[in-house]
Design a protein around this ligand. Structure first.
Ligand code: NDP
Length: 301
């Protein structure tokens, strides 16, 4: 395998986490302990693993994590009360509501209840709107991690043609908005697109976020394209189950200039940027608190 073409997400995530750790130490020197509240409703096994990993990473970075486990049949009002409590708790900087939620809870209502300044997943409409206006807001962790990998690989993205395959609220749409903010020309392809392959063949950058194993083979890719594969699909390969992306990695390798593997590409970046967002939230809250405590200058008319 040509390893020079590999975009190593594990190594990149380790660099991001190392920097977060250093910055957390600086805050601690000022007697500020960044804290992340993680709320898990129900007992979905995959969600339990994700939450455990997030809490472990937080501890490694020196971020205090507080876990709230609510029963699967917990009334929506109880969840909203907890979110309100955490919004009002100055010692909590970030709030993460693990998705998916049980069916009786309205996801949008719960996400909208989170203080946008503590919304470390970047899903609140104020942050979504801010991103689409090109403002500096908390942005969703997975696409933000993809941007980091692209900028590390290509440097300035300005003027590149990027094709994003998938338009979900958590990956495809924020990814497109971030690429646009970085001055790319962006095409978004989805299940209703006509001739997605032809659109993809024009791309300097391909971000695949579909959830279909190896849907994109070499014939979809322009020679020299840079490919970020967000997809995580479990397949049965001979007698064992394994993870593959949305891109046929082995076939694509000869065609591309760089590509993320699955696993070990985008996956580790998501948690790394959750930690980074928690740090940013803590820094912004501190700045706001400092600004509040400054004596107001007299206004001379
Ligand atoms: P969704 O199912 O929410 O969205 C999938 C998107 O793919 C939809 O917009 C859909 O179009 C589009 N799509 C489906 N079929 C086609 C097709 N044949 N051609 C073009 N577009 C198509 O998935 P997510 O965005 O949540 O996740 C996508 C993948 O990324 C999954 O494999 C998921 O596991 C993975 N993921 C990985 C993360 C990580 O940390 N690495 C984090 C989050 C997700 P339409 O809107 O028209 O239905």
């Amino acid at each position: 395998m040509n390893s020079s073409k590999l975009i190593d997400g594990k190594a990149a995530a380790a660099r991001v986490l190392q920097k977060v750790k250093q910055d957390v130490l600086m805050l601690k020197a000022d007697h500020i302990q960044p804290a992340l509240a993680v709320i898990l409703v129900g007992e979905d096994p995959a969600s339990q693993v994700y939450v455990r990993n997030k809490i472990l990473r937080a501890e490694e970075c020196g971020i205090r994590s507080i876990e709230y486990r609510l029963a699967a049949d917990c009334p929506q009002a109880r969840l909203l009360d907890l979110i309100a409590e955490l919004n009002n708790d100055a010692s909590v900087n970030g709030i993460l509501l693990q998705l998916p939620l049980p069916g009786h809870i309205e996801e949008t209502r719960a996400l909208q209840a989170i203080d946008p300044g503590k919304d470390v997943d970047g899903f609140h409409s104020e942050n979504v709107g801010g991103l689409s206006q090109g403002r500096d807001v908390l942005t969703p962790c997975t696409p933000t991690g993809c941007m980091y990998l692209l900028e590390q690989t290509l440097g300035d993205l300005s003027g590149k043609h990027a094709v994003v395959i998938g338009r979900s609220n958590i990956v495809g749409k924020p990814m497109a908005a971030l690429l646009l903010k970085a001055h790319c020309s962006v095409t978004v392809v989805h299940s209703r697109s006509q001739d997605a392959k032809a659109l993809c063949q024009l791309a300097d950058i391909v971000v695949a976020a579909v959830g279909r194993p190896r849907m994109i083979d070499a014939s979809w890719l322009k020679p020299g394209a840079v490919v970020i594969d967000v997809g995580i699909n479990r397949i049965q390969d001979h007698d064992r189950s394994r993870l593959v992306g949305d891109v046929d990695f082995d076939a694509a390798l000869a065609q591309v200039s760089a590509i993320t593997p699955v696993p070990g590409g985008v996956g580790p970046m998501t948690i790394a940027f959750l930690m980074k967002n928690t740090l940013i939230a803590a820094q912004q809250q501190r700045q706001r608190a400092l600004a509040h405590s400054q004596p107001q200058e007299a206004v001379c008319l």
